[in-house]
Design a protein around this ligand. Structure first.
Ligand SMILES: *Cc1c(COP(=O)(O)O)cnc(C)c1O
Length: 353
């Protein structure tokens, strides 16, 4: 069956009418991939799946929320949209605004945006402003602006973002043809974990599924306000997409944890990078450092004896590794250089095969 994006596919579950214009790049329908080598390599006794959101049109799950946020902005007559971003929101906002013929304004923390994401915002024609401050500063500026200008905010505080993002949970249920016991995600502003939980609950209420999963969220140690129970003024982590010190959906994430009987925990940058290179080398899946926080978290909890052998666990891999290729060289060496000489090369080959 051809796929026409999450609004067309799941419209009965979304706040749209037949008058709502559908601004889509055919996002969603991302693969749910069963782990074949990762578990043995990471010593996990689990039935593990990767929901690879890097397959979305702009390379992250933000597209699911953006198709709805931009469609609703057009329906309401908006001429421009604005967001603060650690990168992927601005890439998605810029692309969907271009598709809709709207202006996009993005405010980003200087020097902390992966180059792939910045180039997306620019190539799609957004007005990009880099501020001398962090994501939380950027978000405060955006909040102040929207009260004074006729611009629609498309950060995850915009409720349509989370409505769109909840379709990730629908797809997991449809693809697995059941509900996983656990669902693990990285946590930055904590919008996505809330969106997935909403999706799982709605599918259950609609009688599509027999249960809901336990939700597991993972922050980076240097940016773990929810775990530590206090705002972090200067969040730091290699996982720039979750480098957030004051999450927009902080309280809501705690509610998800309570309702689902889950956990919000943290993982170190070393644990993140090791999971990031392991999933790439063992499964052929290249995700962002932030995405690997979900895997690193599952490995950590497994070591603590949290799971029962064979538990079905889905990890959302939130974005594509190509957005941030520089990080590869923090965990792997650059290829060695050698003479264009058959004998020299053969000498190496015989050591490989
Ligand atoms: C936005 C983003 C996150 C964090 O999602 P939240 O909804 O802010 O918790 C994680 N990974 C990637 C790749 C992202 O773009």
């Amino acid at each position: 069956m051809p796929w026409f994006g999450i609004i067309n596919e799941y419209r009965n579950f979304l706040p749209v009418t037949h008058e709502t214009p559908v601004i889509t790049l055919h996002e969603g329908n991302t693969p749910l991939i069963k782990a074949v080598h990762f578990c043995a390599r990471a010593r996990l006794d689990l039935d593990l799946y990767f929901k690879f959101e890097g397959s979305n049109p702009t390379g992250s799950f933000k597209d699911r929320g953006m198709t709805l946020a931009i469609s609703k902005a057009v329906e309401s007559g908006a001429k421009a949209v604005i967001c603060a971003s650690t990168g992927n929101t601005s890439a998605a906002a810029a692309a969907y605004a271009a598709r809709a013929g709207l202006k996009a304004i993005v405010i980003i923390p200087e020097g902390k945006i992966a180059l792939g994401k910045l180039s997306q915002a620019i190539v799609h024609g957004a007005h990009v402003m880099q501020i001398d401050g962090n994501f939380d500063d950027a978000l405060n500026i955006v909040k102040a602006l929207i009260s004074r200008y006729p611009i629609t905010m498309v950060n995850s505080i915009n409720p349509f973002r989370l409505e769109g993002q909840k379709t990730g949970a629908f797809e997991v249920c449809d693809q697995l043809m059941s509900v996983p016991r656990y669902h693990a995600l990285p946590v930055g502003n904590a919008g996505n974990i809330c969106a997935y939980w909403k999706g799982y609950k709605e599918y259950h209420t609609a009688g599509r599924t027999a249960s809901v999963p336990v939700m597991l969220g993972f922050q980076a140690e240097g940016a773990a306000p929810i775990v530590r129970g206090k705002k972090i003024e200067q969040p730091e982590t290699v996982a720039t997409a979750i480098r957030i010190g004051n999450p927009a959906s902080w309280q809501e994430a705690l509610t998800v944890k309570e309702e689902s009987g889950g956990r919000i925990d943290m993982v170190s940058d070393d644990e993140i990078l090791s999971a990031y290179s392991l999933v790439a080398s063992s499964e052929g899946i290249f995700c962002e450092p932030a995405s690997a926080a979900s895997l690193a978290g599952v490995i950590k909890l497994h070591k603590e004896g949290f799971f029962t052998p064979g538990d079905a666990v889905v990890c959302t891999l939130t974005g594509h590794g190509l957005k941030d290729p520089d990080t590869v060289f923090r965990v792997s060496k650059e290829p060695s250089r050698m003479a264009a000489d058959l004998e020299v090369i053969e000498d190496v080959i015989t050591r490989i095969v």
